[in-house]
Design a protein around this ligand. Structure first.
Ligand SMILES: [Zn+2]
Ligand SMILES: [Zn+2]
Length: 374
């Protein structure tokens, strides 16, 4: 067996799962890396995409990339964190030196990391197990790059802090960073899961009005209204354009955020835009999906289509900004957590997300006491 720490993790060995709880050996952190105890890790649709085969990947692997926990061990050269610090654990890692990083485009970092070049996780027979999406946080502990961590105040519970690692971060970041929504802009958010609620809240923080939430599920529309939407519309039975026009006195949207991976959500999205407006693609559909756009109409109306990977975030700026909104009561995180599960119930947690019933389902890899000190 290689040297390291023995941990329990949810291992997926093929498309569709199931995920089995196995003992793995986690390598020690190298220079610039940190070992973290994972107290909470939310299930994201990206986890489902890999486990269910929507995106191709190699198996076996441990999924989970929307996490929070406490620092256990610092690799060489990490001098701005301390053992015991509570941290948000995200998948975005930045080398700081590649052309993208030098321009501040952290989500496009193309740097090389030692984490990708050595087997970080090893199973009982000595075979390597991959850390899905740079993180592998459906596990008791992870080793990640320092830049994937943001320390947070003690008064933020790990379950809530974890949502700032991907879901809420991505939604709110798409509004603040990708689209740069301004006060008074008319916004539509298509899909009202965890990412969509993040976008709705980001739009509310930016002073957008109206904020029209679109989701086929009545429960999701109800929660959208509670989190800041001014209107909520069923895309099948309702009239999104009509609702916009009524709310704006005849205008359409300045920004349409599609936060779901469902390709049907893209149909007609460009038609909801005013001239100069932007369609922002936040949700990531399965590989190979295409949608029709008439380029002459796009050009003539100066409409834009923007991709938004992880809300175009810079973790060290965006996570503290959103934590500030949370602590002042302007950003809701706690109420987004629909359920929590022990690691053993990982498949049940995934099923909840597959059924689309929940805003965020959070797995507690170390049990039910995420607030405790190490
Ligand atoms: Zn995610
Ligand atoms: Zn880089």
């Amino acid at each position: 067996m290689p040297e390291g720490t023995t941990i329990r993790a949810a291992v997926c060995r093929g498309v569709g799962g199931p995920q089995s709880i196995e003992e793995l050996v986690l390598a020690a952190p190298g220079p610039g890396e940190v070992r973290v105890r994972v107290d909470a890790c939310a299930v994201c649709h990206s986890d489902l995409m890999y486990v269910d085969g929507g995106w191709t990947t190699d198996f076996p692997l441990v999924m989970g990339h929307e996490a929070a926990g406490r620092v256990l061990e610092l690799g060489a050269g990490v001098d701005d964190l301390a053992v015991g610090d509570p941290v948000v654990v995200s998948l975005v890692r930045t080398c700081g030196e590649c052309p993208a990083c030098r321009r501040g485009h952290h989500v496009a970092c193309a740097g090389d990391f030692s984490l990708d070049e050595r087997p970080l996780l090893t199973d009982a027979v000595g075979e390597p197990v991959a850390q899905g999406l740079n993180t592998g946080a459906f596990a008791e502990q992870v080793v990640v790059h320092r830049t994937q961590l943001v320390a947070h105040p003690e008064d933020v519970p790990a379950v809530s802090a974890s949502l700032l690692a991907c879901g809420v971060l991505t939604g709110a970041g798409s509004v603040h960073n990708t689209a740069r929504v301004a006060a008074g802009d008319a916004v539509v958010v298509v899909g009202c899961g965890g990412v969509g609620i993040g976008a709705l809240q980001g739009a509310r923080l930016a002073g957008a009005d109206p904020i029209v939430a679109v989701d086929p599920l009545a429960d999701k529309r109800t929660s959208a209204l509670a989190f800041g939407a001014t209107h909520a519309v069923d895309p099948v039975a309702g009239d999104v354009a009509g609702t916009l026009c009524q709310a704006t006195g005849g205008r359409l949207a300045d920004h349409v955020f599609v936060t779901t991976a469902n390709p049907a959500a893209l149909d007609g999205a460009v038609d909801l835009l005013e001239p100069m407006g932007a369609l922002v693609l936040v949700g990531m559909p399965p590989d190979g999906v295409a949608f029709d756009v008439d380029p002459s109409l796009l050009a003539a109306a100066n409409k834009r289509i923007l991709g938004s990977k992880m809300g175009t975030v810079r973790l060290a700026e965006d996570v503290p900004r959103l934590l500030g909104h949370y602590r002042s009561g302007d950003l809701e995180l706690d109420a987004l957590v629909s359920s929590t599960h022990p690691l053993e119930d990982i498949d049940a947690a995934f099923d909840e997300v597959r059924r689309g019933e929940v805003l965020r389902t959070v797995v507690l890899p170390n049990g039910t006491d995420p607030g405790a000190s190490p």
